[in-house]
Design a binder for this molecule. Structure first.
Ligand SMILES: [Zn+2]
Length: 285
């Protein structure tokens, strides 16, 4: 559960749970390597952010405590939003825009580091109205938090569902996702690693999109199965090596027993000899 935030009067943003789950599925096979991406959404009639979709581009740097992607992805995402907005220019339908930044904290928990605060601040400056959230996910602990303010790096909320969208709004998101798919095809999946369709997943799969999150987690399971098989083979080999040693061990134990019996005999003999010696001494004294 999220912690209490400052601006309780403001309506909290909606973040698609499916989107967050897809992000967790995609990033958990990376282990301790962090990963960052962008979140796309709109403002609802109350001015609250609704996060619907997102993507993870290639990381310029990814370590256990830091990740960075090219700033050109901000421009590309903004252009794809513009494309969707122009394709459906009905003023009643909200405009799509970049509304957030998502990044992972594998096994680190939920907070904003000093570098995160600086990144959040610089991304927020690119928005016209400072409406921008940060989402941190810990794919190894299966935790997620929404941060509303870079000045409160330890205050976060848990995700809440995005309200049902109108057909026209869904269509606008499809336009955006179409454009992102085109970018993925032209640049390759090394550059645009994953598109997270959120609640539009089933529709996108029916349209022929690849399921990036499911593919990544399936590949990780296969890899794990391979590792288990190798481990089982290694255990078998070790057991075979141990077998003759077990026989040797039994021999050592039996030799130890024999040695103890011999030692006992020697002690008896010693005591008998000393008794005889003292008897002889008495006889000849
Ligand atoms: Zn961070």
């Amino acid at each position: 559960m999220g912690r209490k935030a400052k601006k309780l009067a403001d309506k909290l943003p909606g973040v698609s749970r499916n989107l967050v789950e897809q992000a967790i599925d995609f990033t958990s096979p990376r282990g301790r390597l962090e990963m960052g991406g962008l979140l796309i959404g709109h403002l609802d009639s109350d001015g609250a952010i609704q996060v619907v979709t997102g993507f993870f581009p290639k990381q310029l740097e990814a370590t256990a405590g830091y990740c960075e992607f090219s700033g050109s992805w901000v421009a590309m995402a903004a252009a794809a939003c513009l494309y969707a907005n122009q394709a459906c220019s009905d003023p009643i339908i909200p405009e799509l825009r970049i509304v957030g930044w998502i990044h992972t904290h594998p096994n680190l928990g939920l907070f904003l580091s000093s570098i995160d605060v600086a990144t959040y601040k610089s991304l927020k400056l690119m928005t016209p109205d400072s409406k921008f959230i940060a989402v941190v996910i810990d794919p190894l602990r299966d935790e997620q938090g929404i941060f509303l303010d870079e000045n409160s790096p330890n205050e976060y909320f848990s995700t809440s569902a995005v309200p049902e969208m109108s057909q026209q709004l869904r269509q606008k998101y499809h336009c955006f996702l179409d454009r992102m798919q085109e970018i993925k095809i032209s640049k390759g999946s090394d550059e645009l690693c994953a598109i997270l369709p959120g609640d539009l997943r089933i529709e996108r799969l029916l349209m022929g999109d690849t399921d990036d999150s499911r593919t990544a987690s399936r590949a990780a399971i296969q890899k794990m199965k391979g590792a288990i098989w190798t481990l089982e083979e290694e255990i078998k080999t070790l057991k075979q090596k141990i077998k003759p040693l077990e026989g040797l061990n039994r021999e050592i134990i039996s030799m130890k027993k024999d040695s103890m019996i011999i030692q006992q005999h020697l002690l008896d003999l010693k005591s008998k000899t000393s008794q005889r010696n003292s008897l002889l001494q008495k006889l000849f004294s």
